[in-house]
Design a protein around this ligand. Structure first.
Ligand code: FES
Length: 71
């Protein structure tokens, strides 16, 4: 699982299903499906998030992410 934020300046990347990569709409960075930079200006990969199954089947817990009113 990756953070949705581009590693350049933090815009939200979008999954490009036909190209099987993540594209940043702000300055054109592209990331492989594994999160590696395939086109800049970003120079760092997308951040990996650590997660685990929650108590309910439809719940995941993401390390370092807290949501207001949850938990
Ligand atoms: S914020 Fe993504 S390329 Fe600049």
């Amino acid at each position: 699982m990756f953070a949705v934020n581009c590693s350049q300046l933090g815009c939200s990347v979008q999954f490009n299903a036909s190209a099987r990569r993540f594209d940043c709409p702000c300055h054109g960075s592209r990331f492989s499906i594994g999160g590696q930079v395939v086109h800049g200006p970003a120079v760092y990969p997308l951040s990996h998030l650590t997660w685990q199954q929650g108590a309910n089947p439809d719940e995941i817990l993401v390390a370092g992410l807290s949501l207001p009113g949850v938990g």
